[in-house]
Design a protein around this ligand. Sequence first.
Ligand code: KG4
Ligand code: ZN
Length: 330
Amino acid sequence: MITLGIETSCDETSVGLVKGKRVLANIVSSQIGHTKFGGVVPEIAARNHIKVILPLMRLALEVAGLKLNDIDLVAATRGPGLLGSLLTGLAFAKSLAIGLNKPFIGVNHLEGHIYGLFFNRKAPAPPYLVMIVSGGHTEIVLIEKEFKYRTLGRTLDDACGEAFDKVAKMLGLPYPGGPYIEKYAKEGNPGKIKFPVPKPKGFNFSYAGLKTAVLYYIRERKTYNINDVAASFQESALDHLVQVAKRVVDYTKARTLGIVGGVSINNRLKQKFRELAEAHNLELFVPEPQFCTDNGAMIALAGSKRFKTFGPSDLGMDGVAREDLEKIQQ
Ligand code: KG4
Ligand code: ZN
């Protein structure tokens, strides 16, 4: 079965084509029009998706060596995300499905990120933990069995990637700032500045305090070493993730941990989680880099899995700005 996956939840427009777990094409177009605003402008994002989605789909078909009629299922992200952006992808996907007389399925974006793990040669088997660390979400979830999620903790304020983006902005670096923080951090000393490692209650996350500590540090100084600020911030931000993961592992006695979402591409993150995994005899799963950040292939794979179990979505399906993994509607 060949599934076309469309991802337009934020500022990446992406079209993926998968056959089983084999990726035939995965084309991502990252919008650069937001850089001068230092963050995503929802209306600009939606308009850009409309402009590029059709050429991207044609390119994906060409890369895969397929024709429109070869598509068996059309999947698109229905949320969570920016509503205007989601609606462009959904409307496109539904129209395509009608035109081709093929089924349509709406996909939860977070479930899409989780399925990014399944392109690996070996995939995790339930029960397992997944930490989702992206620009919009930071949460830790227990996957009791396929499609059955229990959210154990989530951010009380900013998402991890959002904190990377905001600190990058304070340092005068372009949006999205995560990759720039990682780049500058490589040249810096992570022990130079003692930014606090957040410690909210339970298995929750919090990045507002750390972000403010960086802001005060920068404000109070005429000059500072940008590499050291980036490295010290990154260290505290990632230590927070590792500490929450360790507490959840101790509590659940889980043996398998996946890390997904845009921030999981970060090499220092992978290094720190590898150390945690070794110390606690955990099996660690991280997607390949191209499946960490938003992409259509992960939506296609999640859509095809859901379709096999639950069948197609209704063509009247709406986009949703928020949708809990525990309460996915189809
Ligand atoms: O999953 P994603 O592509 O989109 C959302 O669903 O939000 O994640 C994007 C986030 C952004 O905040 C971006 O700055 C962050 O992932 N990111 C990184 C890196 N590359 C992307 N954060 C830290 N280090 C990176 N190398
Ligand atoms: Zn995402």
